[in-house]
Ligand binder design. Structure first.
Ligand SMILES: [Zn+2]
Length: 310
């Protein structure tokens, strides 16, 4: 089954609900970054949270979800857009195994105390960042607190990642439930009762629940209408061209020095761990270009020369 996200609203217009299955996305992140189990769980939760939050912004906008804790995990970052595309990384992918007394992966211990920030990058507007202190380091609870404290939207967020014994990702997914301004006391009570029954998201995901079934579990008898359904995937924006521009930005001296030391230049993307290697000839060509630019010699791109016949 492919990964996808649904956004729904109850027919009484009192609750907005989102749910996502992100197993393949988190699996790809684990493979790309070669994360150990607790790092997989931490990064997977941030990626799943970013997918859900990213689906709440306007088309063309994007969000960056950042967890900066004092624990050994270091910085965890994921960005996502409304198209269901996400990418992310964790500063320390090789975390030792942290387990709670009950044998669960101890994400809170790996993350530590610190801050959660959410940046909205909007077209035609200045980016906006809201941040809150981490309440538990479990990510889901921290995002719940962010929505409630920073955006004043009472919310419940559940994020779960299940890691298999062979370190691969068995299941991942999550939900966001938000109270709309007209929510009645009755609705709030019913929701609280349902949420209390859902002890672990990853267990539901492991049981093979679809996002629709997840919402049914959370919303109980409340009818809802699905407003949007989107496939979600791990997608990075890096490219060989951008990496080339990045090297060019280093300046001639640094480039020459690295080339002399390494014999080539390698650029690694934080987000997806792809590497782009430029050999001696390619770097020398770049150096010649930079030199020409410095001397003010206009660049001639032979591909752009058009020979007209008439
Ligand atoms: Zn990349």
């Amino acid at each position: 089954m492919d990964d996808y996200l649904i956004r729904a609203i109850t027919t009484n217009k009192e609750i907005r609900a989102l749910a996502v299955k992100s197993t393949n996305v988190v699996r790809e992140a684990q493979e790309r970054h070669q994360t150990t189990p607790v790092a997989t769980a931490a990064l997977g939760r941030v990626i799943t949270g970013a997918l859900l939050t990213g689906s709440l912004v306007k088309s063309g906008d994007e969000i960056v979800l950042k967890i900066e804790g004092t624990g050994p995990a270091g910085k965890i970052v994921a960005d996502a857009n409304q198209e269901g595309e996400v990418r992310g990384y964790i500063e320390n992918p090789n975390l030792d195994l942290y387990q709670t007394d009950t044998g669960k992966l101890d994400v809170a211990k790996a993350v530590g105390a610190g801050e959660l920030s959410l940046t909205k990058i909007m077209r035609m507007k200045e980016p906006y960042t809201g941040s809150v202190p981490l309440v538990s380091g479990e990510i889901g609870e921290d995002l719940t607190y962010y929505f409630t404290a920073s955006e004043q939207v009472p919310s419940a967020v559940g994020l779960g990642v299940l890691v298999d014994t062979d370190l691969s990702v068995k299941a991942a997914g999550g939900f966001i439930i938000q109270l709309l301004p007209d929510a009645s006391e009755e609705t709030i009570q019913m929701l609280e009762d349902n949420l209390a029954k859902v002890s672990s998201v990853s267990k539901l995901i492991e049981a093979g629940m679809t996002p629709e079934e997840l919402l049914e579990e959370l919303l109980g008898d409340m009818d809802y209408r699905i407003m949007a359904r989107k496939d979600v995937k791990f997608k990075c924006r890096c490219s060989r061209e951008r990496s080339y521009e990045l090297i060019a930005g280093l300046g001639r001296e640094d480039i020459e020095e690295t080339l002399a030391e390494e014999g080539e230049i390698e650029v690694r993307c934080h987000f997806c761990n792809n590497t782009y290697t430029f050999n001696k000839e390619e770097v020398e060509e770049l150096l010649a270009e930079l030199e020409a630019k410095e001397k003010g010699i206009p660049e001639v791109d032979t591909d752009q020369i058009v020979v007209e016949n008439d």
